[in-house]
Design a protein around this ligand. Structure first.
Ligand SMILES: [Mn+2]
Length: 426
C-alpha cells in the first residue's frame, strides 16, 4: 500500500530541517559525553508489539463510533500492523486475541508475515466472557471458578491458545483474568487464589519449554469488590510457584490512581520477574488512553528504571515483551498507535540521556535537588530529532502521522473495506 519510494518522497521536503536539528542536538549531547548515534541505534532496535484488537475503534459501554476501513479479518489486521511498521520501523510484531484471531490459512499467514517483516508476539486468552456453544459459563470466574468443569474448560482454552500460537511461531501466552467478586462474602478469597494457582499450573505444565507465560494483574473491573489477581505481589507469587517461564506483566492502566508504577518496575526487575509491559495512558484507572499523552514524566521514570536495570550487571531479568494495550475511541486507531510508539520512543530516548554517574553520586550524598535536576535535564531535552532519525534509519517516515495523512491511507482503507467495516476482538 505504501512503497518505500513514496515514504522517501514524503521525507524529502523535511530532510534539510531535520538534518539541521539532529546535528545541533548531536553537538549538544557530545558536550555531555553522549553519543547521539548510539542512542538512535538503541531506538531503532526497540520494538513494540501491536495487539490485533487495537486496530479498530474501541468504545465504552455507552457507544462506539467507527470511522470506516477497519480490518475485517486476521490478514487485514496484519496488513495494518505492516503499514505502521513501514512508517515507524518500530512495530514489528502483532499480538493475537483468541477466539477472534484463530489462524486458518497457516501457510498464507506465514508468507504474509514474512513479506511484511512481522512476527507474532504473543497469544492472549479470553475467559472473561462466554462464547457461543460454550458449556460452562464464566459468570462466576474461569480459572478460579468453584465448578471443576468451568475451570477445566478455561484451562483447555489456554492450551488451545498455545496450539494456535505454535502454528505461527509465537512463544508467549498472556493471561489476564477477570475473575473476582462484586460483594463482600461472595467469594472465599484464599480458596479462589488456590484454585487459580492450580489451574495456572495445569496450563504451565502443558506449555512447551521454550514458551513464556505472562500473568497480568488488575485491581478492579469487571469485578469491583475483589479481583483474584489484583496486584503485582499476587502475580509475582503465582509466577514463583509456577517456574522460571512465568513472569509478571505490568499494564500501566491496571493500577489505582497515584500508584508508583516505576517502583514496581524496579522491584520486579530486581527479582528477575518482569516479563512484559502493556502501554496505555490512564487518568483514573483502565482508561486505555494514548500512552504518555497526559503523564509523559511517569513514562520517562518507568523507562529510567528499565535503562538503569539493563545497565546493572547484578540484574538478570528476562527479555521484556513490550506491547501497546490501548483503546481508540475518538482517534483514528492507526494514528493513535503511531503517536503511542512515538511517546514510548521519546520516553526511552530521554531515559538513555540520564547522567547516571552524576545521579548515583547525588543519591549517595543525599543531594535531593541535584538528583532531581539531573532527571529534569534529561526529561526536558527535546529528543524529537533522535526519534525522527531512528525512523529514518529504519527506512520509515520522519513524521509518521503526517506521512500517514499525506498518503491518504485511511481513505484508501475505507475504499477497500467499506465505510461500515468493523474490526473484531477486544
Ligand atoms: Mn493489558
Amino acid at each position: 500500500m505504501l512503497s518505500e519510494s513514496r515514504i522517501q518522497d514524503l521525507n524529502q521536503p523535511l530532510l534539510e530541517e531535520h538534518t539541521l536539528q539532529f546535528n545541533f542536538l548531536s553537538d549538544a549531547l557530545s558536550r555531555r559525553q553522549l553519543d547521539a548515534s548510539q542512542v538512535v541505534q538503541q531506538l531503532v532496535d526497540f520494538q513494540v508489539a501491536i495487539p490485533s484488537w487495537a486496530l479498530g475503534t474501541g468504545g465504552t459501554r455507552f457507544g462506539r463510533f467507527p470511522l470506516g476501513g477497519e480490518p475485517r479479518n486476521l490478514e487485514e489486521k496484519i496488513n495494518d500492523v505492516g503499514l505502521l511498521h513501514q512508517l515507524n520501523g518500530s512495530s514489528n510484531s502483532i499480538s493475537l486475541h483468541i477466539p477472534w484471531d484463530i489462524p486458518q490459512d497457516i501457510a498464507g499467514l506465514q508468507q504474509q508475515l514474512g513479506e511484511q517483516k512481522l512476527v507474532i508476539d504473543s497469544v492472549n486468552s479470553n475467559t472473561f466472557q462466554d462464547q457461543k456453544d460454550q458449556h460452562y459459563s464464566y459468570k462466576f470466574g474461569s480459572l478460579s471458578n468453584t465448578e471443576e468443569g468451568a475451570r477445566q474448560q478455561a484451562i483447555q482454552h489456554n492450551i488451545d491458545c498455545i496450539r494456535h500460537g505454535q502454528a505461527l511461531n509465537a512463544k508467549t501466552l498472556t493471561v489476564w483474568l477477570a475473575d473476582g467478586s462484586n460483594f463482600p462474602g461472595q467469594q472465599h478469597l484464599r480458596r479462589a487464589y488456590l484454585r487459580t494457582q492450580e489451574s495456572l499450573a495445569a496450563i504451565y505444565e502443558a506449555m512447551p519449554s521454550d514458551w513464556n507465560m505472562l500473568i497480568e494483574y488488575k485491581p478492579y473491573e469487571p469485578n469491583f469488590y475483589s479481583t483474584v489477581i489484583p496486584d503485582w505481589g499476587t502475580s509475582y507469587s503465582l509466577c514463583q510457584s509456577l517456574g522460571k517461564n512465568a513472569n509478571v506483566l505490568v499494564d500501566l492502566g491496571h493500577h489505582l490512581p497515584n500508584t508508583n508504577i516505576e517502583q514496581i518496575v524496579g522491584r520486579l526487575q530486581q527479582f528477575g520477574r518482569l516479563g512484559g509491559f502493556h502501554f496505555n495512558g490512564s487518568m483514573y484507572g483502565d482508561d486505555d488512553l494514548t500512552t504518555g499523552s497526559s503523564k509523559p514524566f511517569q513514562l520517562f521514570l518507568i523507562f529510567n528504571e528499565l535503562v538503569d536495570a539493563a545497565r546493572d550487571q547484578s540484574i538478570s531479568n528476562p527479555t521484556v515483551a513490550y506491547m501497546i494495550d490501548a483503546s481508540h475511541n475518538v482517534k483514528d486507531p492507526l494514528e493513535d498507535l503511531l503517536q503511542s510508539v512515538e511517546n514510548i520512543l521519546s520516553a526511552y530516548a530521554k531515559a538513555l540521556l540520564v547522567d547516571r554517574t552524576a545521579l548515583y553520586e547525588a543519591q549517595e550524598n543525599n543531594d535531593v535537588v541535584r538528583a532531581e535536576e539531573i532527571m529534569r535535564d534529561a526529561f526536558l531535552t527535546d529528543v524529537r530529532p533522535l526519534v525522527a532519525e531512528a525512523y529514518k534509519r529504519a527506512g520509515g517516515a520522519l513524521r509518521p502521522v503526517a506521512a500517514y495523512r499525506a498518503a491518504g491511507i485511511r481513505e484508501q482503507l475505507i475504499q477497500q473495506r467499506g465505510k461500515l467495516s468493523l474490526s473484531t476482538g477486544l
